[in-house]
Design a protein around this ligand. Structure first.
Ligand code: NZQ
Ligand code: ZN
Length: 388
């Protein structure tokens, strides 16, 4: 087990009728002038908007809507201006990972004097040093953004999708009502299950390091997601299924699994390129890349693949058989959720995509990815080629 720092200050308010606790949560947070930020129309049609507005009736509130899936820099910069020009001292993000991530960026950019994109592109010396505090009302379990300090921001002009983070980007609180799952399209529920599943695998399918508790925790999340997945897609109004989904997704990326372990994240970094280039849903990019990445890194990952195969998938047999079958079964699981797992299922425009992504990794200096630093730009090219 490696040394680790474990820090997560986010207050999770979980269960039924938690939105009605917003006045208390906001008062405790010292919020006076609030930016209420959300995405498109979903919160207006499922009743969440009305409940939030009612709960905020005694606060000074300005609204900002239109944060899109894979939140766009240009949109978010409009929110930055609103925060600056109205002396906003607290932001409430109501939405899924995109709205929450977008607000993490806004909270840092509103306190930053330079060009905020320089921070995302990791230009020398450019970092966010302060942030407007924010809370969230989660409407889509998937990313874990409600309980972590990371964000991913897209820029249409340059077809880039880049990450940011830091301890000041933990939400002060997150309201997590499993009932929000009822209005989600089946596609978004499938995406959420696949994303949470992949967050777990990124921190588990690496190398044995003697982290028994973290491994069992990861296996518990994977088993929970597999147990509920199909029933939940068939019956999104089932509160207990939705609650298990929501809490599993939070646990997959709230810092618990990463404590003391080696982690990979290369599937995510390659996947972000597919979203940036083709607009493919985040979770679907992971389902496209992961099976090919695990084949590419088979020798490095075979022990954990075999453990996953035996303990989570119930595969019996020699290590080679269990590990190889685990890769196949993972892809079958994603397909069983209705997720296509090849790039050509989403676009015909695949010429030179592998070369393009390889070149981007080289330009950014991402030369040694994965838990061992064993995934080179050449491997990235091969993984993408095989994913087509
Ligand atoms: O905009 P509205 O109308 O609200 O519609 C949204 C959106 O179109 C809709 N939706 C959300 N809640 C709903 C609902 N529809 C009906 N009922 C509800 N209760 O769902 C659509 C997708 O929402 P989005 O927020 O984009 O989905 P998700 O939560 O999957 O977030 C994806 C984004 O998060 C990033 C991804 O890269 C992507 O940009 N990630 C963030 C991470 C983090 N911060 O830790 C980690 C992840 O790996 C991921 O990269
Ligand atoms: Zn993800």
């Amino acid at each position: 087990m490696n040394n680790f720092d474990k820090y997560n200050p986010t207050h999770i308010a979980f269960g039924k009728e938690q939105i009605e606790r917003l006045p208390q949560l906001l008062t405790k947070s010292g919020a006076k002038k609030i930016l209420l930020a959300f995405g498109g129309g979903s919160i207006k049609s499922n009743g969440i908007y009305d409940r939030v507005v009612k709960a905020l009736s005694n606060f000074d509130v300005i609204e900002f809507s239109g944060i899109e899936a894979n939140p766009q820099y240009a949109t978010l910069m409009k929110a930055v201006e609103l925060v600056k020009s109205n002396d906003i001292d607290f932001i409430l993000a109501v939405g899924g990972g995109s709205v929450i991530d977008g607000i993490k960026f806004v909270s840092g950019a509103a306190k930053y004097d330079g060009e905020p994109w320089d921070v995302l592109s990791k230009k020398d010396g450019c970092t966010f040093k302060d942030a407007v505090p924010f809370g969230t009302v989660l409407t889509l379990p998937a990313t874990g953004s409600e309980a972590n300090s990371g964000a991913v921001i897209s820029r249409e002009e340059t077809k880039e999708k880049l990450t940011m983070g830091g301890a000041m980007f933990f939400p002060v609180f997150s309201v997590c009502e499993p009932g929000v799952v009822a209005s989600l399209p089946k596609r978004q529920i499938a995406n959420g299950i696949a994303d949470a599943y992949m967050h777990t695998l990124e921190q588990y399918l690496t190398m044995p390091m003697g982290n028994r508790l973290q491994e069992r925790h990861a296996e518990g999340i994977l088993l929970t997601l597999r147990e509920i997945a199909h029933d939940l897609i068939a019956n999104p109004s089932d509160f207990t299924l939705a609650a298990n989904f929501m809490y599993a997704a939070t646990h997959a990326l709230n810092g618990n699994l990463r404590a003391g372990v080696a982690y990979d994240w290369a599937t995510h970094m390659i996947g972000h390129e597919l979203t940036a280039l083709f607009g493919i849903d985040h979770a679907r990019t992971l389902a496209i890349i992961a099976p090919r990445l695990y084949e590419n890194q088979y020798e490095n990952k075979k022990q954990m693949l075999a453990q996953y195969g035996a303990r989570v998938l119930g595969i019996e047999g020699p290590q080679e058989f269990t590990a190889r079958t685990a890769i196949v079964e993972t892809e079958i699981f994603f397909q069983s959720l209705g997720i296509d797992t090849h790039l050509s299922d989403y676009t015909n425009n695949t010429n030179e995509v592998a070369q393009e992504i390889k070149n981007r990794f080289i330009q950014r200096g991402w030369l040694k990815m994965g838990e061992r630093g064993a995934i080179t730009p050449d491997d990235v090219e091969q993984i993408v080629l095989k994913s087509i």
